[in-house]
Design a protein around this ligand. Structure first.
Ligand SMILES: *[C@@H]1O[C@H](CO)[C@@H](O)[C@H](O)[C@H]1NC(C)=O
Ligand SMILES: [Zn+2]
Length: 253
């Protein structure tokens, strides 16, 4: 009798556990998504899709104004990040105090990928950025601004937060230089607390005309030009920093 009672208790417990297991599936934890700055009177200018040939000019304009920007790099998009010119540009951005961010390896729409494919896209660019700069990025920006919960799960596993924007200059979707300048002037006219702006470093008009215009406009209206990590209240831009590594034959696209 005692044996059957024990057996019954065992099955009952198993049943409860099974039911509990089915209903309390642990919810995967998701990366934080930032679409706006936090600090007052700060503007974070972000530049996607490089490293490309206008990077140094953008950096020079920002540095000359006492400002900093944020570069969201791909591994294999306009250039191969391991090409000597591209490596130099990434290093130049980092050495000048701009924030270096992942924009994935090959710029896919992450919403169309499996979690393994997403992880591959994120880890290959993180590896390249850490090899070249010594720093492992704490932030990523999804191409086209597209992300789903799978993307946020993988980003969280990689200890990264996701950066969006609240002002789009439209330069990657056909906006003229005048259009992009107007995006900035219209925004500033509304006196926002802060600005997190999307630009692309792959257009000469952005680099040579829109950026100098935006810098002057923003500073004359009292906005400090800072990195995204800074405007989010001073978050750490990197998970770790160290020495850059010497290139070897495995540095290929
Ligand atoms: C994320 O952080 C955890 C805890 O510090 C660490 O164990 C893990 O290796 C990190 N993941 C990556 C991909 O760096
Ligand atoms: Zn992009």
């Amino acid at each position: 009798m005692k044996f059957f009672a024990a057996l019954f208790a065992l099955f009952a417990a198993a049943g409860v556990l099974a039911a509990g297991g089915a209903t309390s599936q642990p919810r995967a934890s998701l990366a934080t998504v930032y679409s706006s700055c936090v600090n007052d009177k700060q503007a974070a200018l972000t530049f996607d899709d490089g490293p490309w040939q206008w990077l140094n000019d953008i950096s020079k304009f920002l540095v000359a104004a006492g400002g900093k920007g944020t570069f969201c790099f791909n591994g294999k998009n306009w250039a191969c990040i391991y090409d000597p010119d591209a490596r130099d540009r990434v290093k130049y951005a980092y050495d000048n105090g701009h924030q270096v961010v992942s924009h994935t390896w090959s710029h896919p729409d992450l919403n169309t990928l499996s979690s393994d494919q997403i992880r591959d896209e994120m880890s290959k660019i993180d590896q390249a950025l850490e090899r070249i700069t010594g720093a492992s990025p704490a932030f990523m920006r999804p191409p086209y601004g597209n992300y789903n919960n799978l993307v946020l799960e993988v980003a969280k596993q990689r200890n990264q937060s996701v950066i969006m924007w609240d002002l789009d200059t439209g330069d990657s979707v056909g906006a003229s230089v005048e259009d992009s300048k107007k995006v900035y002037s219209d925004a500033v006219a509304k006196n926002p607390r802060n600005i997190l702006a999307l630009n692309h470093e792959t257009y000469s008009g952005t680099a040579e005309t829109v950026v100098p215009y935006a810098i002057k406009l923003l500073q004359s209206n009292g906005y400090q030009l800072v990195t995204v990590a800074e405007c989010l209240g001073g978050l750490a831009p990197y998970q770790r920093t160290g020495a850059p590594q010497p290139p070897d034959s495995t540095w290929t696209c």
